[in-house]
Design a protein around this ligand. Structure first.
Ligand code: ARG
Length: 430
C-alpha cells in the first residue's frame, strides 16, 4: 500500500459514520422489532464498539462473524433499552414539600447518583430529565457521559421555566426569605433570555409550566400560567436553538394554549378534552401522561412530606387523567412514556407500562411509547440522521434489555428486567 492509499484508507476509517467491521455479537432468541411489532426468532445483533452495526438472521452469519466474541441470549427476548421521557433523577421521593428546602443542588446531584443507577438497572437506558435546580441534572448527565458513575443516557432541561408564583417557582416561604425558583421568568424578553441561559449552561430541552401543579404550594392545576405570547416566544426561542419544548399542563386552558404555541409535548395532560385531543393529533404533538404516579402520591405521599393541599389536588387529578388517557389512546394521539419518577421511587419506572395497558393500550403500544415513540419525540440522532436510542437498528447505541418471556403477552415482565446492556456492555446480568 502506498502512502496516498494508506492516508485515504485511514481517513475513511476515521470518518464518523463509516461503518467499520463489527467487533462483537449478541444472539437473541427472539428480537422485538418495535417498528413492526414482530418478534423475530434467532437474530444476531452485530455491534461495532458501542453501536449497532447490523442485525442478521443467525443462519446468515459469515464465518468471520461467527468467530466474533459473543453474548448468548438465545434463551431471551431482546428489545431496545427503555426510555422514560419524564423523570427527576435529582429528586428524592421521600423528601417532598418543606423537606426539599434542606437540599442544595449539589446534594440533589449526589442523590441522583443512586437514582441514576437504579433507573438504568430497571432497564431504562435513556431518560429525559425535566426540571432540576442549579443544573444538578447537567452535572449528573456529564458525570455519566464521562464514565465516572453509572446511569442512563440523559437529556436534560435544567431548571423548568415558569412565571412568578408558578409551578416551578419556590412558593413555600413568605416574602421575608426572597426565595424563588431558578427558572422564573416573566414576559417574552425575559423568557427568551432564560431559554438562552438554560442552553448556555447545558440544557438539551426546554421545560416550562403552562398550568399550576399538584405538588407545588398555592398553585391551581386548572389555572393557566403564561400568556399565549409568552409561550410563543419561549417556543420560538427554543426551536431556534434546536431544542424541543415540553410543557407541563394539567388544566384544559393551559393545554390548549401550549398546543397553539407549538410545544413538542404536553406533560400530564390531565384534563385534556376531545377538542384538545384533536388539536394535538393534527399538530403531531405528543402527550406524556404519567398514569401510575397518582397511586404513590395517595398511598405514600403524606409520609414523604407531600403537603395536604397537594394530596387534595391529586384526588381531583389522578382518576380523570387516566380516563382521559383512555380517550387519547382511542383517538390515536402520539404518546410517549413518562412517569415522573422522582416524585415516586426511582427504579420503578416500568410499573406504568401495565397501567397504560389497563387503561387502553395494547402491550405493543405501551412498549412503543417507551422505545420508538419516545425516541421520535426526543429526536436525538447520530450524524447520519439515524435515531440514537429507542430502536435496535444500524447506527443506534447498542442499548437493550432481555427478559425470559414474551412482553407482548405479559407486559409486567418489564417491571423486573434481569439483563440490561448499555453501549454494548452488560450493566446488569442475572
Ligand atoms: N409533578 C406533577 C405535579 O406536581 C405531578 C402530578 C402527579 N399526578 C398525576 N396524576 N399525574 O403536578
Amino acid at each position: 500500500m502506498n502512502t496516498a492509499t494508506l492516508l485515504a484508507v485511514t481517513a475513511l476509517l476515521l470518518t464518523p459514520g463509516v461503518q467499520a467491521e463489527p467487533d462483537q455479537l449478541i444472539i437473541a432468541g427472539r428480537l422485538l422489532d418495535v417498528r413492526s411489532g414482530k418478534l423475530l426468532p434467532d437474530q444476531a445483533i452485530l455491534l461495532e464498539q458501542d453501536r449497532v452495526h447490523s442485525i442478521v438472521a443467525l443462519g446468515k452469519l459469515s464465518t468471520e462473524q461467527q468467530a466474533l466474541p459473543r453474548t448468548d441470549l438465545s434463551a431471551y427476548t431482546v428489545l431496545p433499552g427503555l426510555i422514560d421521557m419524564h423523570v427527576h433523577l435529582t429528586a428524592n421521593p421521600s423528601a417532598h414539600g418543606y423537606r426539599r428546602l434542606q437540599q442544595t443542588p449539589a446534594r440533589q446531584a449526589l442523590f441522583g447518583v443512586t437514582a441514576a443507577a437504579a433507573t438504568l438497572h430497571a432497564g431504562f437506558t435513556t431518560v429525559r430529565n425535566l426540571g432540576a435546580a442549579g443544573f444538578a441534572d447537567v452535572a449528573l448527565r456529564d458525570a455519566i457521559t464521562a464514565g465516572e458513575i453509572t446511569g442512563p443516557r440523559m437529556r436534560v432541561s435544567g431548571p423548568g421555566l415558569c412565571m412568578t408564583g408558578g409551578h416551578c417557582d419556590n412558593n413555600l416561604l413568605p416574602h421575608t426569605y426572597q426565595a424563588s425558583g431558578d427558572g422564573v421568568a416573566n414576559g417574552a424578553d425575559a423568557i427568551r433570555a432564560k431559554v438562552r441561559s438554560n442552553m448556555k449552561y447545558g440544557a438539551d430541552v426546554i421545560k416550562f409550566t403552562a398550568t399550576g401543579g399538584v405538588l407545588s404550594r398555592n398553585t391551581d392545576v386548572n389555572a393557566s400560567q403564561y400568556s399565549l405570547a409568552e409561550m410563543q416566544a419561549l417556543v420560538a426561542e427554543a426551536h431556534d436553538r434546536g431544542a424541543s419544548v415540553a410543557a407541563h399542563a394539567h388544566g384544559l386552558r393551559g393545554i390548549k394554549r401550549a398546543l397553539e404555541a407549538g410545544v413538542d409535548s404536553i406533560e400530564h395532560a390531565s384534563f385534556i378534552d376531545d377538542d384538545a385531543i384533536k388539536l394535538a393529533k393534527s399538530r403531531g404533538t405528543y402527550l406524556v401522561m404519567d398514569v401510575y404516579v397518582s397511586d404513590y402520591i395517595l398511598q405514600d405521599g403524606e409520609a414523604a412530606g407531600i403537603l395536604p393541599e397537594s394530596l387534595a389536588k391529586e384526588r381531583t387529578v389522578g382518576q380523570l387523567q387516566r380516563q382521559n388517557f383512555s380517550k387519547a389512546v382511542k383517538a390515536g394521539v402520539k404518546m410517549a412514556y413518562g412517569t415522573d419518577a422522582g416524585v415516586y421511587t426511582h427504579g420503578l419506572n416500568g410499573r406504568q407500562l401495565n397501567y397504560m395497558v389497563q387503561w387502553g393500550m395494547t402491550p405493543l403500544q405501551a412498549i412503543q411509547s417507551a422505545t420508538l415513540h419516545a425516541a421520535e419525540l426526543l429526536n436525538w440522532r447520530n450524524e447520519q440522521g439515524q435515531l440514537n436510542v429507542g430502536v435496535l437498528e444500524p447506527g443506534a447505541y447498542a442499548d437493550m434489555v432481555a427478559i425470559a418471556g414474551n412482553p407482548l403477552e405479559q407486559i409486567t415482565l418489564l417491571e423486573q428486567i434481569p439483563l440490561v446492556i448499555k453501549g454494548g456492555k452488560a450493566v446488569k446480568a442475572p
